[in-house]
Design a binder for this molecule. Structure first.
Ligand SMILES: Cc1cc2nc3c(=O)[nH]c(=O)nc-3n(C[C@H](O)[C@H](O)[C@H](O)COP(=O)(O)OP(=O)(O)OC[C@H]3O[C@@H](n4cnc5c(N)ncnc54)[C@H](O)[C@@H]3O)c2cc1C
Length: 291
């Protein structure tokens, strides 16, 4: 279906199936889900595209379920599910609680009811991304002909998302569920609620005989391109029997590419990130009787 008006020259397409999408690869097309970011951009003067492809009625982008992915259990989350859908979903709360925590920290309820997890990811700055990075999420994209799978981590390293690729589903492996581990998500803003993040961080740690076996740390928020802190992760993984905390703090700060803006310096962001990660890891080790 196409809607157009002379006063609003952008046309909107609302396909019900992937195969009904009209020319996804046209560079003048733009995918729209909740529109909460796009609307802010347009209000700020960004030019509107000629043609919008809405995900609202795409049944392939709906639903949250437990599935098998390469023979392993995984959570499948439709890209058009709203942040509120994800926040209140029992399976996400049970299998990927830090994603629910991240969703709880996004905006106010009205925006969460409209904004989608797909739009949050495709913005490349959304607060769900650090949580999804430590959960080792995989993404499936439809390119107009077929769906392809890519890890979120790899996708983030690619140049700006091409509008010709539609995010259809997010997959989170849940085979780690029965292993002993801890995870956490923390968003630091300039005030208590509904505010843009200075940083958002997520961590996941798995232990074996009370020692840290695997550590995954991720950081994003603000205008950061979210990423895993792979050098810091290696430092924790190899230091099973004793961590040099001041060295680890320095490694985290060096591993995190940040920026200064009129309100916050790069040094402050790096220090806060290192302190949060270290306080969390120390708490875990204390719980395990290791500190
Ligand atoms: C007042 C306010 C407060 C906010 N606070 C936060 C916050 O605290 N944390 C946070 O992370 N965000 C925040 N946001 C931003 C936004 O609401 C969320 O990130 C939301 O999840 C975006 O989803 P959307 O569906 O509205 O995206 P849209 O605006 O529809 O799209 C965003 C981008 O993703 C692309 N896109 C959308 N869906 C797809 C898809 N399926 N495949 C490919 N590309 C796609 C669009 O082309 C566009 O480039 C806030 C926004 C507002 C207005």
């Amino acid at each position: 279906m196409k809607i157009s008006a002379d006063a609003y020259p952008t046309t909107v397409e609302m396909p019900r199936t992937l195969s009904a999408i009209h020319n996804l690869r046209n560079q003048h097309n733009r995918i729209i889900s909740g529109g909460t970011i796009l609307q802010i951009n347009w209000e700020a003067g960004v030019e509107k595209p000629e043609h919008l492809i809405s995900t609202e009625k795409l049944s392939e982008l709906k639903g949250i379920s437990e599935v098998q992915l390469d023979g392993e259990p995984a959570l499948k989350i439709g890209a058009a599910m709203t942040i509120s859908d994800c926040l209140h979903n029992i399976s996400i709360q049970k299998n990927a609680s830090i994603l629910a925590e991240a969703c709880e920290k996004i905006a106010a309820p009205a925006v969460r009811n409209r904004g989608t997890i797909g739009g949050n990811i495709c913005s490349k700055i959304g607060d769900t991304i650090p949580a999804l990075l430590v959960l080792e999420a995989q993404l499936s994209f439809y390119n107009g002909e077929q769906e392809n799978m890519i890890s979120l981590r790899e996708w983030l390293t690619k140049p700006n998302p091409p509008s010709s690729e539609l995010l259809t589903n997010i997959y989170i492996p849940i085979h780690t569920l029965n292993k002993p581990g801890s995870s956490f998500f923390r968003k630091i803003g300039r005030r208590e609620s509904f505010t843009a993040a200075i940083i958002s961080i997520a961590g996941y740690i798995e232990y074996e005989e009370n020692n840290i076996k695997t550590a995954r740390l991720a950081i994003g928020g603000g205008s950061h391109l979210p990423c895993r802190l792979s050098i810091a992760e290696k430092e924790i993984n190899k230091a099973a029997n004793g961590i040099d905390w001041s060295f680890l703090s320095q490694v985290i700060q060096d591993d995190f590419s940040s920026y200064t803006d009129p309100f916050i310096t790069v040094e402050y962001r790096k220090k806060v990130a290192a302190n949060l990660f270290i306080a969390w890891i120390k708490d875990i080790l204390k719980e395990q009787g290791k500190e």
